[in-house]
Design a protein around this ligand. Sequence first.
Ligand code: DC
Length: 230
Amino acid sequence: MMKEPSNIPVLTIDGPSGSGKGTISKRLAERLGWNYLESGALYRALGIAAMSQQLDITDAGKLATLVDGVDIEFKRNQQGRWVTYLDGEEIQRQLQSEKIGNIASKIAVFPDVRRSLLAKQLTFKQLPGLVADGRDMGSVVFPAADYKVYLTASTEERAKRRYKQLIEKGISANLRDVIQDVEKRDQRDKNRSTSPLMVPEGAVYIDSSSKTIDEVVQQVLDFLKNKPSQ
Ligand code: DC
């Protein structure tokens, strides 16, 4: 396994889908001036690559090999937003669909796929620091992170947020289906045998159900200020 470089601060933000970790992690990375790793986008991009190559998404070996054959990049666009590219092509809109989220969750159960993506994730740890968002950032990918957060919200609240996001993006959705999808995805992400979604040891637990984005961002910044790095 690749060794993590030392003396680079890492803040991990893990949690279920719809917990707000994407938005909050991006804001934190901006406020801190640190790099940002959206690990879910790697799993999603791999799902898109598998679909476009018509790979069997239950074939762990082929999926793991695919990781080395594709180029996944994150770049900021002119508006300063993070955009994901797969082999040079922008895939941001596809990436955010429910279908791709579910495929990502399905291929993420395979240990070989997770192992192949691990090295790529470690390369994001660069000066002046890293905010890493996902399911296993604090438990598996960056277990020695200086700061760990577990961010969650009630299932209903998370489904409502997800539904609102989809509608705002012009993607048609039905709230009842979104609740079911959120529940199914939680089950899969929490119950898989490799790197399941869990509260990492030493993580501060934040329930964002009745908090605004700004409140959560401030709570995490206060946590960083008050906790000396290891
Ligand atoms: O955060 P997201 O919704 O974009 O993630 C999509 C799926 O990818 C998620 O349901 C499970 C998987 N995933 C994972 O297994 N480990 C991560 N670190 C990030 C995402």
